[in-house]
Design a protein around this ligand. Structure first.
Ligand code: HEC
Length: 268
């Protein structure tokens, strides 16, 4: 659907240019308003898409701006109102008047009401999925990593485990503690700033329930890993694939399990 909005921008521009040329301020306004609406809706230009309330606000603000602009000079204001006055008052516009008042406006009001009460099959916003199904494989810096059955490769390096844990601790306190907390309890400095809040790693609800491959995927991809219903507004978890190497992510994973005394779920 969003792909059609740039076309709306072109239509709006066309209307406003023609009506400016023909000195018809009302249609000029309609054209510019369509252009503004199309631009705000163009997903190609604005990512993530703007919430509907923000769009309504912009459209209302542009209406006020135009009213102020057109009312600076009396002639332009009169010309702006002319099409509305003419439809409502001129004798020869009876047909248009009947269509507008008895058909177009009731239909529009009916549609708005219908759109409001129509049952929606979208999941409710509150039903946020905390632990979505992970994909079979992910792309990590151009390399395909298979998530299914994947285990932390560093656990096999028993002689270097201490170094890996030490490195993981450093990575944690350089990258994660602002949000996930000094004590890995999800109560970092920024905890209050995010909704949903950063998850704690202590306790049995989060990483204790998850295989390490899931945790790897979440750290590598961050909010982008969540299903469409859960982002873009629904997570502040950054994606670390551009900042940490594969080994560094496995190191910080070793650390968050070790420090909380949790054991990852295994694939059996
Ligand atoms: C800007 C704040 C922020 C930073 C920095 C951050 N996180 Fe997160 N993290 C979050 C939020 C918010 C969530 C919960 C929402 C979600 O699941 O995306 C989360 C969720 C997670 C999860 C999912 C847990 C689960 O049970 O599904 C993991 C794992 C995780 N973070 C690990 C890390 C690690 C490791 C780091 C550091 C390398 C880190 N995070 C840095 C905010 C942050």
């Amino acid at each position: 659907m969003s792909n059609y909005y740039p076309v709306l921008v072109l239509i709006g521009l066309l209307i406003s240019v023609i009506s400016a040329y023909r000195k018809a301020p009302f249609y000029n306004y309609i054209g510019i308003q369509i252009t503004i609406y199309g631009l705000l809706k163009s997903a190609a230009l604005i990512m993530p898409p703007l919430p509907a309330q923000v769009i309504v606000m912009y459209v209302a603000m542009s209406l006020f701006a135009f009213l102020i602009y057109f009312s600076i000079r009396e002639e332009t204001f009169r010309a702006f109102l002319e099409p509305m006055r003419s439809v409502l008052a001129d004798r020869d516009k009876k047909l248009q008047r009947v269509v507008l008042v008895f058909i177009a406006i009731p239909l529009f009001a009916g549609y708005i009401t219908y759109a409001k009460v129509r049952p929606s099959y979208k999941p409710p916003v509150t039903g946020r999925i905390v632990h979505p199904e992970p994909p079979q494989e992910i792309d990590f810096r151009g390399k395909t990593i298979s998530i299914l059955g994947l285990e932390n490769p560093l656990r096999k390096e028993t002689d270097r485990l201490k170094d890996h844990l030490e490195a993981g601790k450093k990575i944690y306190y350089q990258n994660c503690f602002f949000c996930h907390g000094d004590d890995l309890d999800g109560r970092g400095l920024f905890e209050q700033a995010f909704n949903p809040p950063p998850l704690p790693f202590r306790g049995t609800d989060t990483i204790a329930q998850l295989p390490e491959s899931f945790v790897f995927w979440r750290i590598a991809k961050g909010w982008k890993a969540l299903p469409p219903g859960s982002h873009p507004w629904d997570s502040a978890m950054p994606s670390f694939e551009d900042f940490l190497t594969e080994d560094q992510i496995w190191q910080v994973i070793l650390f968050i399990y070790e420090a909380t005394g949790n054991k990852p779920r295994t694939w059996e």
